[in-house]
Design a protein around this ligand. Structure first.
Ligand code: AMP
Ligand code: MG
Length: 400
């Protein structure tokens, strides 16, 4: 049985980016660049003023000076005037630097009157000028393939005139629930029946990665129903099933996957919760068979599915970094397996503190609701004292 890390490595070695497309830069947020982007021109494009003020010759301003105002260059204007010795040109932020000028003096440091401007002196060459190419050189590789696109990258792409960008395409991820006990959301509860929460929860987790969920509904506990739904799921870029993978006599998922040609890579992992998690591949399509228990399904999604989906969409860093948190209370576990402990996170004095979010039984969904992070407790250790530091995987920013 693979360990947590071994299983995750098997998954990550089995997937690769699935293809690229061109999208409008304004709609590329959250996507990942599929090609290197080089600068077709330098940034800034020309020398320009960093302040509203006066374009001058620094040589004229060694000490207090009075300069004749001989021109005005507004933002969007052209640098048609030349700064002659003893003269200054009024200039706005972003306007091109006129010939002859080698410094800009901000308005705040001047006094204007009678067509002249008085300056106190101590002006250094190049001050308050943004020089052509000082940010990005022409031809420079600015954004490499694999860069996730956030607002700053979108800003850079737009500044380089890229109206469309090559990005890895969104993948379509089929989501299938299994089990005769499932009723659809909207139907009233009844004893023995369970609302199919996994489909919408897993679909939401898929969407959070930036992928597109395709809901296949429920496969009933018979072979034809499983075969039909799983065949349909195998036409997507990835397939996620929940339930029906443990030792129950109606647990048909693995049997049907094998019949349909899915090559099994593992069918159990040495973790708790989430032990009965299976993974296989058919023609490059990864198939994740998650446990049916809603808590276990979400935790194994986080552990194995999320990194894989991100990699399929071109991301390089796909595993959330573990950070250190101080336990506020004692925690015990059995030896042998890595445990994922659902914890609430508090930030005090700039440091993380982790408190068990409640009953860690996997039947308790509320503990998952109250968790901001999963503490990853090592296999061999059994007792963790209050004040001890543990590794936690933040599931997002602590929101409460
Ligand atoms: P299984 O893995 O089939 O033994 O299911 C484990 C537990 O998860 C059972 O209590 C199921 O009723 C529950 N379960 C299975 N599928 C779902 C689902 N789609 N939504 C909510 N609970 C589920
Ligand atoms: Mg079942």
């Amino acid at each position: 049985m693979p360990t947590y890390e071994e299983a995750r490595n098997i998954v990550l070695e089995s997937v690769a980016p699935v293809g690229a497309e061109r999208v409008e830069t304004g709609r590329a947020l959250g996507r990942t660049l599929a090609e290197d982007i080089a600068a077709p021109w330098p940034l800034p494009f020309c020398d320009n003023s960093a302040m509203d003020g006066y374009a001058v010759r620094a040589d004229d301003c060694r000490g207090p000076a009075r300069l004749k105002i001989t021109g005005y260059i507004p933002a969007g204007g052209t640098a048609s005037v030349r700064v002659e010795p003893g003269c200054a040109v009024k200039i706005m932020t972003g306007a091109p630097i006129p010939a002859g000028c080698d410094a800009v003096i901000p308005f705040e440091e001047t006094e204007e009157g009678d067509g002249h401007v008085g300056v106190k002196g101590n002006v250094t060459v190049r001050q308050h000028i943004r020089f052509r190419g000082e940010d990005v050189r022409e031809g420079e590789l600015v954004l490499p393939e694999g860069t996730p696109l956030r607002p700053p990258e979108i800003s850079m792409l737009a500044s380089l005139g890229k109206a469309f960008v090559p990005v890895y395409r969104k993948i379509r991820v089929a989501v299938l629930s299994t089990g005769d006990e499932l009723i659809e959301l909207g139907e009233p509860p009844s004893p023995g029946m369970i609302i199919n929460s996994n489909s919408v929860a897993v679909a939401a987790a898929v969407r959070e990665t930036g992928a597109e969920p395709v809901l296949l509904g429920v496969a009933r506990d018979d072979l034809p129903s499983h075969a039909e739904k799983i065949s349909e799921g195998l036409t997507a870029d990835a397939l996620i099933t929940t339930a029906g993978v443990s030792a129950g006599d109606r647990d048909l998922v693995r049997e049907v996957l094998a019949e349909l040609g899915v090559v099994s890579r593992f069918f159990r992992v040495d973790i708790k919760p989430g032990g009965p998690t299976a993974f296989g591949v058919k023609d490059g399509v990864p198939v994740f068979s998650l446990p049916g228990n809603p808590v276990s399904a979400l935790i194994t999604f986080e552990a194995f599915v999320r990194p894989a989906l991100l990699r399929m969409m071109g991301r390089k860093k796909v595993v959330r970094p573990l950070v250190k948190a101080t336990l506020t209370g004692q925690v015990r576990k059995k030896a042998g397996k890595v445990n994922f402990l659902r914890v609430g996170i508090e930030v005090r004095g700039g440091e993380y503190f982790a408190t068990s979010a409640g009953d860690q039984n996997t039947g308790i969904l509320r503990t998952m609701v109250l968790a901001d992070a999963l503490a990853v407790l090592p296999a061999d250790k059994t007792s963790f004292a209050a004040g001890e530091t543990v590794d936690v995987c933040l599931l997002g920013e602590p929101l409460r």
